[in-house]
Design a protein around this ligand. Structure first.
Ligand SMILES: Cc1cc2nc3c(=O)[nH]c(=O)nc-3n(C[C@H](O)[C@H](O)[C@H](O)COP(=O)(O)O)c2cc1C
Length: 205
């Protein structure tokens, strides 16, 4: 029997009958991100990370291009990455940038989702949107496993030297760092936009 941490990932061609998922609806109604600074050990196990990545890549993807990839920062390698990013901030004598790195340092696991558009007839915009969907799936997957998680970008998602350090090609961008760990601080619901301001029903002019 699959546990929530080990859902059954279907194989190609498996029949996937539609069934209502009240638990998923309740999850969507109530989930919240957690402040990165509250995220501590333990993080997901290697098995759970693998499951999260399997779930994250199950997103709508026009043309089946898989226009995204992942970079995993875990354990000492993550600490080393944070030191190198801190070095970039210190080189520029940018104390504010250095101070922001607490969010990267605190959680035991960070996964960078890289938007990696492919040469194709599919518009690049749609490929970038698919990378955003990967970030959402990864975030929601981690929350559904019971971990605290947050999607951030911060300056090092845009800094040219940080992108070189990551090994991004010129067409690639950081869609987000998904920070994952354990939190003892329950989230509170935040302010949400009113639907009325966002919605109109189409009426033929
Ligand atoms: C693309 C993207 C980038 C973000 N970057 C940051 C960031 O750099 N720093 C930050 O504090 N929050 C950032 N956020 C917002 C956090 O994810 C925030 O915690 C989240 O929007 C809270 O909403 P939720 O609880 O509904 O998930 C970003 C959100 C998105 C979608």
């Amino acid at each position: 029997m699959a546990t929530p941490s080990h859902p059954t990932i279907p194989a190609f061609g498996d029949e996937l009958p539609l069934s209502p998922s009240p638990e998923v609806l309740q999850f969507l109604a109530r989930r919240r991100s957690n402040p990165a600074l509250t995220l501590t050990t333990p993080g997901p196990s290697d098995d759970q990370v693998r499951t999260l990545l399997q779930l994250a890549k199950r997103v709508p993807d026009h043309g089946k291009l898989a226009p995204w990839r992942f970079i995993i920062f875990n354990g000492p390698a993550k600490a080393d990455f944070a030191v190198q990013i801190e070095g970039l901030a210190l080189k520029r004598e940018d104390a504010r940038a250095a101070a922001k790195l607490g969010k990267l340092k605190a959680p035991p696991l960070a996964i960078a989702v890289i938007s990696s558009p492919k040469p194709s007839d599919i518009p690049e915009w749609e490929q970038v949107l698919s990378a955003g969907a990967v970030c959402t799936n990864l975030l929601y997957g981690a929350l559904a496993m019971g971990f605290g998680a947050n999607w951030i970008t911060d300056w090092y998602a845009y800094d040219p030297d940080a992108l070189i350090l990551l090994g991004l090609t010129p067409s690639e961008k950081v869609a987000g760092y998904i920070l994952i760990g354990t939190t003892a601080t329950p989230a509170q619901e935040r302010e949400r936009p009113e639907l009325a301001a966002l919605v109109r029903s189409w009426e033929t002019p």
